[in-house]
Design a protein around this ligand. Structure first.
Ligand code: FEO
Ligand code: CA
Ligand code: CA
Ligand code: CA
Length: 600
């Protein structure tokens, strides 16, 4: 802090210019290196990666594919952490040179199952080089895949909607799928969101019961064969044979990396939707609040408030108590109101009459324990078919809520609304003050402040911090900051905060035709809205999972080389191994060459 209570934002780096290079570009004076990449060993006995000789057994011991979220849990050691990565999805045409979409083999399918899930890897910072080095640690390292056992907890555990022929109890699920973003909890566990799980299930189109059909359709399940055709090798992926199996995905899962033998759980109290992630803050009264987004066009933002209070400390007793906090509480969905008649940001550069896209809102309760607050829904139906309950409750349709994360410095909540090109299309909802752009290609970032700064509050105020895009374009807004002094930014996806409380934003799908990257922006003081680009990732990649520590930054480089026309037979990126190699998703660390603070 400077005198007078004023804080420096510490963001002293020179912004990286937009580019289309096939490498990670960091500012002058900074360096970067791969920490771990797809196929690198995680468990003891993992063979060296061989693209042309993949096996399910090897993949189950190696770092999985398409890492998205990345979280660090500190160990009781000054330079060691457990790094947890989500492996969101596979793109078989990039995994296999001989991929035949009509005829996948059992082996290819089992490799894909093993390439999904999460990895826990012990990492150590080498203070000489600045690098973060992965260790094949016998005790802590772990792979969780599409076939690992999970326990269902919370009020919908054992629900009739979760029972299958393989699990008549409705409490034991094999695997986690499409784990996108997540969060590290104050008690040192990892939350991870099961997002686009619908794509793994076949034959929802054969369902004739209208109630069941509508439930499936609301979650994007329809049609016949799935893209990957897993249903050929495990009937649980065939909705015609196992109608409840899709209901066992779309949850927030929690894993405890510090207890390698623990069974990971699926938390039904946090509702079922296309969970981007979940981030927890301890409210002033000690209850914990999890903020969550449902990443679909015109879907919703949610929060969960626990019944019980957080117990500080790392004792076994405190941790076991805290690991149950997300099982009992109240699930809410957000309704936003604007306060200005002009809701659209358009080509005129005109802002609302009061100068801001802002307003108020409320958290509408959906269910608490066994009690439903939504007419026509039992509590169990609210938890399993949350989207429909939230429709009924009158939630506000947002432009694809990705990360929704509280800033520990100011308790305000920042939501990345990544884009929604359907906004304003015929038959779809038009612009509203919280989602003010028709054909929203570049997305926006919303800042939410709970009443009196109380994260358990039922009402809030909100304002848009950023309406992303080319700052030269009149339909963008950078918190009121001088738009000639900011980096262009498009499609915000994941957010993180540094120790100063600055917001860091990673992007996915940059619609400005340059590579995706990581950006930092102050949210307080005279530089509020001054977006600066910190790094760019190789072509075709998205940037995700940012972790911002004082001395280094981690990003996930997901799907490098995922460019139209590319495949393993025709790779259009050779990052990170170079030459004629196949692209490999990876975690990257960036640091300051003089070993100074990232944010100094
Ligand atoms: Fe997997 Fe919402 O991004
Ligand atoms: Ca306004
Ligand atoms: Ca995402
Ligand atoms: Ca995204």
């Amino acid at each position: 802090d400077l005198g007078g209570g004023r804080r420096r934002d510490g963001l002293n780096f020179t912004p990286v210019a937009p580019n289309t290079e096939d490498r990670v570009v960091t500012p002058e004076g900074y360096e970067s290196a791969v920490v771990i990449r797809w196929g690198d060993p995680v468990l003891p006995g993992a063979p060296a990666f061989d693209f042309d000789r993949q096996t399910p057994a090897a993949q189950a011991k190696q770092f999985g594919y398409n890492n998205d979220f990345c979280g660090l849990v500190p160990l009781n050691h000054w330079n060691r952490w457990l790094m947890v990565s989500n492996h969101e999805y596979t793109t078989e045409e990039f995994l296999f040179k001989n991929w035949d979409a009509a005829n996948p083999t059992r082996e290819q399918t089992e490799i894909a199952w093993a390439a999904h899930g999460l990895s826990v890897v012990l990492v150590e910072r080498d203070h000489r080089s600045g690098k973060l080095v992965p260790k094949v640690d016998r005790h802590y390292n772990r792979r969780i895949t599409a076939t690992s056992e999970f326990r269902v907890t919370g009020p919908a555990a054992g629900s009739q909607y979760l029972k299958t022929s393989a699990d008549p109890t409705g409490t034991k699920v094999l695997g986690t799928l499409n784990n996108c973003a997540g969060g590290v909890t104050p008690w040192g566990t990892i939350l991870s969101g099961e997002e686009n799980f619908n794509q793994y299930f076949a034959n929802a189109g054969s369902v004739t019961d209208p109630v069941q059909k509508a439930r499936l359709a609301r979650y994007g399940l329809s049609g016949a064969a799935s893209t990957r055709k897993w249903e050929r090798f495990d009937k649980r992926f065939d909705v015609a044979q196992e109608p409840n199996e899709p209901n066992r995905f779309g949850w927030v899962v929690e894993i405890d990396p510090l207890d390698p033998n623990s069974t990971p759980v699926k938390h039904t109290a946090l509702g079922r939707f296309k969970h981007e992630g979940a981030n927890v803050i301890i409210a002033r009264d000690g209850r914990v609040v999890a903020y969550m987004g449902d990443d679909e066009r015109f879907d919703y933002m949610y929060k969960f408030v626990s019944d019980e209070r957080y117990k500080p400390g790392n004792s076994r007793y405190a941790r076991e108590h805290n690991k149950k906090l997300l099982d009992r509480g109240t699930l809410y969905v957000a309704r936003f109101s604007g306060d200005s008649p002009v809701a659209e940001i358009d080509g005129t550069g005109e802002l609302p009459a009061d100068g801001e896209f802002d307003g108020t809102g409320q958290w509408i309760p959906l269910a608490s324990g066994n009690r439903s607050f939504v007419d026509g829904f039992t509590a169990e139906e609210v938890y399993v078919f949350t989207r429909q309950a939230a429709d009924k409750a009158g939630a506000t349709k947002m432009d694809r809520p990705e990360d929704v994360e509280p800033n520990p410095r100011n308790r305000r909540v920042y939501a990345a609304l990544t884009n929604n090109t359907d906004r304003g299309k015929a038959g779809k909802e038009g612009p509203t003050e919280p989602n003010p752009r028709v054909n929203n290609r570049h997305g926006h970032v919303l800042e939410l402040e709970e009443r009196r700064g109380d994260n358990t509050a039922l009402t809030f105020s909100w304002k848009l911090l950023l309406v992303c895009g080319d700052p030269a374009s009149p339909d963008t807004y950078f918190g009121g900051y001088d738009k000639t002094q900011v980096s262009p930014i498009s499609c915000p996806d994941n957010v993180a905060f540094d120790s100063h409380g600055n917001l860091w934003i990673s992007t996915d799908g940059n619609a400005l035709k340059s590579n995706d990257g990581l950006f930092a922006v102050p949210v307080e003081g005279r530089y509020r809205g001054r977006v600066k680009q910190f790094l760019t990732v190789p072509k075709g990649a998205e940037t995700c999972g940012p972790v911002v520590q004082d001395e280094f930054v981690l990003v996930s480089v997901q799907h490098p080389g995922e460019i139209d026309g590319a495949s393993a037979a025709n790779p259009l990126s050779h990052w990170p191994d170079g030459g004629t190699s196949q692209p490999r998703p990876a975690v990257v660390v960036a640091w300051k060459k003089d070993k100074g603070r990232i944010c100094g």
